[in-house]
Design a protein around this ligand. Structure first.
Ligand SMILES: Cc1cc2nc3c(=O)[nH]c(=O)nc-3n(C[C@H](O)[C@H](O)[C@H](O)COP(=O)(O)O)c2cc1C
Length: 309
């Protein structure tokens, strides 16, 4: 599977998850076998207004590559400017978010709202392509509602406008994150275009992903929520996920966080990240309690190292 000139060594990719797919988590998933990942969605306005917090989201590392930066916005000119800016960073491709269903994004005409404005979406893709030397990809949904499954037409438009790969989350805007993922739509998108298609939605394992590729013909898959607290979802290694494997993954995650983020200033988020590793595990509740009682990052790391010893 290639995205433009970028070769992927595995067709299992990490999906963008705002609030989660930061640099440490992307590196961790890559170490476990993900073929690459995407940043959280980044506002084109935040980038062009030089907001420090937005720029911090562009941090990447050579070991995680190939990595894509995802932009969202509804103004072709600003999206083009943001693409030019992002292209100066050591990244491999630029992804355009045309699937986000969240109200505050839709209200601005961005995310999935662009599926109702295909002409504007086309102008955005063209403008971004014209302003970068990186391959451009687009992530979108099945359509706005079940009565308007426009994904195959939208895919053709995106290919025609210069996109080099597409990701389809096979739900409509009206589904939000509920309802059934429709694999048939992924197959129709794959038939509609010549560029690679990445399928997405509710995959819980590599086996699920292999089945999606076999049944829909898609070239790769993205896994999002199933990777949270479970980066081994990308690993070809089989076998039970016991406590020691969970603790090893968490300890590596905490090590990367300690190296790359201001850990002491984000303990709330780190504690809940750590707790995810023990969901549905015997003795999990007791471990989660200890995690929540850890007063700071150093004590949390001591705790999880002790548990792993
Ligand atoms: C908390 C959360 C944050 C998300 N953030 C993004 C995002 O920034 N950009 C994007 O394209 N999709 C985003 N998504 C959608 C996911 O990338 C993915 O399409 C969706 O969760 C379905 O895949 P999954 O079932 O494997 O998680 C987000 C989803 C969740 C649950």
């Amino acid at each position: 599977m290639r995205i433009g000139s970028v070769q992927l060594d595995s067709p299992f990719l990490l999906a963008p998850l705002a609030g989660y797919t930061d640099l440490p988590f992307r590196l961790l998933c890559r170490e476990y076998g993900a073929g690459g990942g995407l940043s959280e969605m980044i506002s084109c306005f935040g980038l062009t207004y030089q907001q420090d917090k937005t720029h911090a989201m562009l941090a990447s590392a050579p070991e995680e590559r190939p990595v894509g930066i995802q932009l969202f916005g509804a103004d072709p000119l600003v999206m083009g400017q943001a693409a030019a800016l992002v292209s100066r960073h050591p990244i491999d491709f630029i992804d355009l978010n045309m699937g986000c269903p969240v109200k505050k994004v839709i209200k601005r005409g961005a995310g999935c709202a662009l599926m109702r404005e295909p002409d504007l979406a086309r102008r955005i893709i063209r403008q971004v392509v014209a302003n970068t030397d990186k391959p451009v990809t687009v992530k979108f949904r099945s359509g706005w509602t079940h009565e308007t499954i426009t994904a195959p037409d939208f895919a053709r438009m995106a290919e025609d406008a210069g996109a080099q790969a597409l990701t389809i989350h096979a739900r409509t805007w009206s589904d939000g994150f509920g309802g059934q993922v429709d694999w048939e739509v992924i197959a129709r998108v794959k038939e509609a275009v010549r560029i690679p298609v990445i399928g997405n939605g509710d995959l819980k394992s590599r086996q699920d992903g292999l089945r999606m590729m076999a049944e829909t013909g898609c070239d790769a898959v993205m896994i999002g929520r199933a990777a949270l607290g479970a980066p081994w979802v990308f690993s070809p290694e089989e076998g039970p996920i016991g406590l020691s494997r969970r603790l090893a993954a968490l300890n590596r995650h905490l090590e990367l966080i300690g190296q790359l983020l201001p850990a002491e200033r984000m303990m709330g988020r780190i504690r809940s990240t750590a707790c995810r590793y023990f969901k549905g595990v015997a003795k999990g509740a007791a471990i989660r309690e200890q995690i929540f009682a850890a007063p700071d990052f150093v004590s949390l790391k001591e705790l999880t190292s002790r548990l792993a010893a």
